[in-house]
Ligand binder design. Sequence first.
Ligand code: SF4
Length: 71
Amino acid sequence: MKHLQVDWTRCDGHGLCARLLSERITLDEWGFPIIDGRDLTVRELSSARLAVRSCPRLALTLEPTVTPASR
Ligand code: SF4
């Protein structure tokens, strides 16, 4: 399983990610993303990958979810 993460040192609040994955990303009042960091569903993964590839600041990443069983 994978989830989204934002590198806040890179993100500049373009908001493109929220347009590409509105089911999981909304924007705060300044245009910075609010990420639903729960595991993505299989159906959401392709949109999530597109959002990651499209981020102009390379701030958005897909990370594997570490569960107790995978440690
Ligand atoms: S697209 Fe990238 S830079 Fe823009 S708000 Fe999303 S994470 Fe931040």
